[in-house]
Design a binder for this molecule. Sequence first.
Ligand SMILES: CC(C)(COP(=O)(O)OP(=O)(O)OC[C@H]1O[C@@H](n2cnc3c(N)ncnc32)[C@H](O)[C@@H]1OP(=O)(O)O)[C@@H](O)C(=O)NCCC(=O)NCCS
Length: 158
Amino acid sequence: MGRVVYAIREFKAGDLDQVININRLCLPENYAPYFFMENYKRFPHSFLVAEVLDRVVGYVMGRVENSYSLLKTFKNGHIISIAVLPNYRRMGIGESLIKSVEKSFKNYYGVHKLTLEVRVTNLPAISLYRKLGFRIKNKLMCYYQDGENAYLMEKLLT
Ligand SMILES: CC(C)(COP(=O)(O)OP(=O)(O)OC[C@H]1O[C@@H](n2cnc3c(N)ncnc32)[C@H](O)[C@@H]1OP(=O)(O)O)[C@@H](O)C(=O)NCCC(=O)NCCS
């Protein structure tokens, strides 16, 4: 497929079925509908979709987590899941989703850094994250249910 016009917008409840379909098609880590809806209710600004002519073709779901150090609270924007339908890949949609969620995390929730986990063999995703400034922070052994290791990747925001 060549170039395509897409829009990035916040998730709404009516997108749930399409997001669940994309998640099941693209990733081994699948979640129950309530998990998506709970995240949406708690952090509506960091759950985004990419749309082409009224069809959802990709999504990114994030949540805010707090960490504490020396009387200070640090807010971490955790990217829980991202996927783009196979026919719509390599068009910049994944990159737009991450850049948009980074902005939302910063503007709505004041996060200090972004984090995510990725399978060590998932080279497309690792390349995308590196391109956008994420760095490998740690290796998490047997992180996934099938025993595969993960990289914990992180991007500090200024
Ligand atoms: C990872 C994923 C979201 C990328 O989405 P995408 O829309 O194809 O990504 P983009 O077109 O925005 O690519 C941006 C950059 O990422 C990198 N990239 C993306 N796909 C790549 C691939 N197959 N091989 C190498 N690099 C790749 C490139 O640096 C690319 O920039 P370039 O096109 O200028 O070279 C998509 O491949 C996907 O849904 N994969 C299955 C689900 C998944 O693995 N999610 C991540 C779980 S942690």
